[in-house]
Design a protein. Structure first.
Length: 292
């Protein structure tokens, strides 16, 4: 059984990015610049954004953090987005989600210039991804593809079960895994209303769990020798930890790891790859790889 180490893989990719940035700068090119907009003081968002800033430093990027209190109006946030859209020094930017309830998240996402949308959430990037055109692919699905590639997991012609149908992971993952240029797999998407969920999951060669339900996937749901990718990161109470909680994946790791061929741990699996793929998207933005 192989542990698919996202932390080590992400560190390697960041080294590759940093070398590419050195080459660009040495040739007289511009250092990539990522901006992040953070609204309020959500603990998870604070951590994510801090890690993104640290990743920028590791990759040799310029980074800018724009902070607002959670009482910012939707109009003020839209003005910030427009300013970043027009800032020629900023290659790509993100607005960290979730946003306060009084702000329409979809309206903000659609206001971002799709050429700078390194999160890959704009409808134009989502649409281009769906039909296989060059674009920014959202970071978590992109990171999963990179892990499968770097660990030489055969996907072509295999059956892939995706648990979850979110816009951020489930849906784009299904689109990518079925496309010939990426997964070239036979894909089934399973969710809360799926019938025969266990049976469908058990037939899969690759299981990608992204439903946000701790330890939902048990050994009786996984075919022996399957590859299991655990996207879940739910905080569950744990009195033995100083923080009072621990991160739990969607897969019952102790059980499933005994029968599968390869598996991602939580933490240290998909999570580190997500931020790393944002860095790759920013590098692509700086090099005008997808959009001149």
């Amino acid at each position: 059984m192989t542990i698919i180490d996202g932390k080590a893989t992400a560190a390697k990719i960041k080294e590759e990015i940093a070398q590419r940035v050195k080459d660009i700068v040495a040739a007289g090119g511009k250092r990539p610049h990522l901006a992040a907009v953070l609204v309020g003081h959500d603990g998870g968002s604070e951590t994510y954004v801090r890690n993104k800033v640290l990743a920028c430093q590791a990759c040799g990027f310029e980074s800018t953090l724009v902070r607002y209190e959670d009482d910012i109006t939707e109009e003020e946030l839209l003005q910030c987005v427009e300013k970043l859209n027009n800032d020629k020094d900023v290659d790509g930017f993100i607005v960290q989600l979730p946003l306060p309830k009084h702000i329409n998240e979809q309206k903000i996402i659609e206001a971002i210039d799709y050429k700078k949308d390194v999160d890959g959430f704009h409808p134009i990037n989502v649409g281009r991804m769906a039909i296989g055109l060059p674009c920014y692919i959202s970071a978590t699905p992109k990171g999963i593809l990179e892990l499968l590639r770097r660990y030489n997991v055969e996907t072509s012609g295999k059956k892939c079960a995706i648990l979850g149908r979110s816009n951020i992971v489930g849906k784009p993952m299904a689109q990518l895994m079925m496309q010939k240029q990426y997964g070239d797999a036979t894909v089934v998407v399973l969710h809360s209303h799926s019938q025969n969920l266990k049976e469908e999951c058990r037939q899969a060669d690759i299981v990608i769990a992204a439903i946000g339900s701790p330890e939902f996937v048990t050994a009786d749901m996984v075919k022996p020798g399957a590859v299991v990718i655990d996207v879940g990161t739910t905080r569950v109470p744990d009195a033995s930890r100083k923080s009072g909680f621990r991160l739990s994946g969607d897969v019952k790791f102790d059980e499933v790891s005994k029968i599968c061929n390869a598996i991602t741990p939580v933490p240290g699996g998909v999570g580190p790859m997500t931020i790393c793929m944002l860095m790759l998207n920013t590098l692509a933005a700086g090099e005008r790889k997808y959009y001149p």
